[in-house]
Design a protein around this ligand. Structure first.
Ligand code: GLN
Length: 422
């Protein structure tokens, strides 16, 4: 089982004691580990060994955790199934024969299979929450700036955060405690996490909690997913929460805006992989343009190439205002809608994914279908907000996740509410 979960299995021991002493952690393979190869699921970085640790890895070691391996992922984080990995697919331990979700599929599968107590993933548009939902575990996407991105290989740097997985909300929160907080090596970090105690917030107390349910995030979702979602809301109601419907009209444009921004940022971030500065080299053949083109042709998979091409196009002279600027306007609108909805509710709830896990191989030929599966997760990244995915139950034996979204740096509130369910 474990060989399809990890790209590299390697034990890295941490300090003798600390809050995570005795805990094993799987680390997504786009998070740099000193001396241990970090491939991003790509042939391009098949042999890349970072000379330094990401800040989150340094913090894991200080906290006494044992890293057990570098987890499989969609190539450079681009995907929703972990099937775009150069190293092959990962089966879903909670639903064999189905995808584990993506892009942090190996991380979620490691926790679901008991191969690690905890795991780290990264979430640019849902890549922690989607695999958490599909594998029946808990995943947190922190507020933008809560966790250092130093040492995370960038895909869409204005959108992404490293986030924790655990079997329970309390476990994931304990890992968040270790990784959150300001970092002088990442100027976008905030001090909100410096003195927080997220694990202690996992009290399960939802008495008086006001839940807003955005109607747009239920539209078009699978019937079994919606039924399971309402069962979980009923459970929260039984424990003293109440809910009302809210509207986020802008989310209709969120998937388009997300993909324009993410692909534009990707086209710029991935320019460094040319076989000279970083990555696979096809060998110099007398002309630098040809040499770079060959390295990139050989080193990147189809989905990565598609996104670099579309992103480069969206940023090119003459099209910038038509696509990139419009997408930024939509992003501002999405933020504003969330602010309004959250002024009338403590948290917002929706199904994490509008569909249950796909069968392995089912969705590979239809990128658009996959992009649309991100409808409920990407708005949160556009708005820089925190969210958690917690198991809500099953439909036809397949795990369903409930997503809770909170105000910026409202992680404690999310953890308190979600811990009523897991
Ligand atoms: N599925 C989304 C994408 O492919 C999200 C990926 C992520 O969060 N890294 O871009």
């Amino acid at each position: 089982m474990s060989e399809d979960i990890f790209i590299t299995e390697e034990r890295i021991e941490g300090a003798d004691d600390g809050p995570l002493a005795g805990k094993t952690v799987a680390v997504k393979d786009n998070i740099s580990t000193e001396g241990v190869r970090t491939t991003c699921g790509s042939k391009m970085l098949e042999e890349y060994v970072p000379p330094y640790d990401a800040t989150v890895v340094a913090r894991l070691k200080e906290a006494g955790a044992t890293i057990v391996g570098k987890a499989n992922m969609d190539e450079f984080g681009m995907g929703t199934t972990t099937e775009t990995s150069y190293f092959g697919e990962t089966d879903n331990p909670a639903a064999p024969g189905h995808v584990p979700g993506g892009s942090s599929g190996g991380s979620a599968a490691a926790v679901a299979a008991g191969e690690a107590d905890l795991a780290l993933g990264s979430d640019t548009g849902g890549s922690v929450r989607c695999p958490a939902a599909f594998c029946g575990v808990v995943g947190i996407k922190p507020t933008y700036g809560l966790v250092s991105r130093y040492g995370l290989v960038a895909y869409g740097n204005s959108l992404e955060q490293i986030g924790p997985f655990g079997e329970t909300v309390e476990d994931a929160a304990a890992l968040l405690d270790v990784i959150a907080g300001s970092d002088e090596r990442d100027a976008t970090t905030h001090d909100a996490g410096d003195d927080a105690n997220y694990a202690d917030a996992a009290t399960g107390d939802v008495d008086g909690l006001q839940i807003g349910i955005p109607t747009e995030l239920l539209e078009g979702a699978d019937e079994g997913v919606v039924e399971t979602f309402w069962d979980a809301i009923d459970e929260l109601e039984d424990k003293g929460a109440s809910y009302h419907e809210v509207s986020l009209p802008s989310v209709e444009h969120a998937v388009e805006a997300y993909y324009v921004i993410a692909m534009s940022e990707a086209s710029s971030n991935l320019a460094r992989f040319d076989g000279v500065r970083y990555g696979h080299s096809g060998g110099y053949d007398g002309n630098w343009n040809e040499t770079f083109a060959k390295a990139r042709e050989e080193g990147f998979g189809d989905e990565v190439k598609r996104r670099i091409l579309l992103g480069t196009y969206a940023l090119s002279a003459g099209y910038h205002d038509k696509y990139y600027k419009k997408a930024q306007d939509a992003r501002a609108w999405v933020k504003q809608d969330f602010d309004e909805a959250l002024s009338e509710a403590d948290v917002l709830a929706s199904p994490t994914m509008p569909v249950p896990p796909f069968e392995l191989g089912e969705s590979l030929d239809d990128p658009l279908k996959l992009y649309l599966a991100d409808a409920n997760t990407v708005p949160v990244n556009l708005a820089d907000l925190p969210a958690i995915s917690v198991p809500a139950g099953e439909t036809d034996g397949l795990p369903v996740g409930l997503q809770l979204v909170g105000p910026a740096f409202g992680e404690e509130r999310l953890i308190r509410a979600a811990s009523a369910l897991a």
